[in-house]
Design a binder for this molecule. Structure first.
Ligand SMILES: [Zn+2]
Length: 81
């Protein structure tokens, strides 16, 4: 494998670059972490979307309840008058 920093050729199993000492395994590891973080961010995004949808449904239900209460009040008013 080649060093990502100085381009020197190193053994495939080398952890550090023989020329500049850059950690050759660190980049792979970072990519894994990045992937993990990306996955987590995606999961959070979907969870957020789900929550948004749920709260919208709740709002719609709340509006329906308010509407029903209003209708009942108007009906009672008409009945009393
Ligand atoms: Zn190097």
């Amino acid at each position: 494998m080649f060093c990502s920093k100085c381009g020197a050729e190193n053994d495939n199993n080398a952890v550090y670059c023989q020329k500049c000492g850059t950690n050759l395994k660190e980049k792979e590891h970072n990519n894994e972490i990045k992937d993990e973080k990306l996955k987590q961010a995606q999961m959070e995004y979907y969870a957020d979307q789900k929550k948004k949808k749920e709260s919208e449904e709740k709002n719609a239900m709340g509006m329906a309840i308010v509407f029903i209460i209003l209708v009942v009040i108007i009906a009672l008013f008409i009945f009393l008058v």
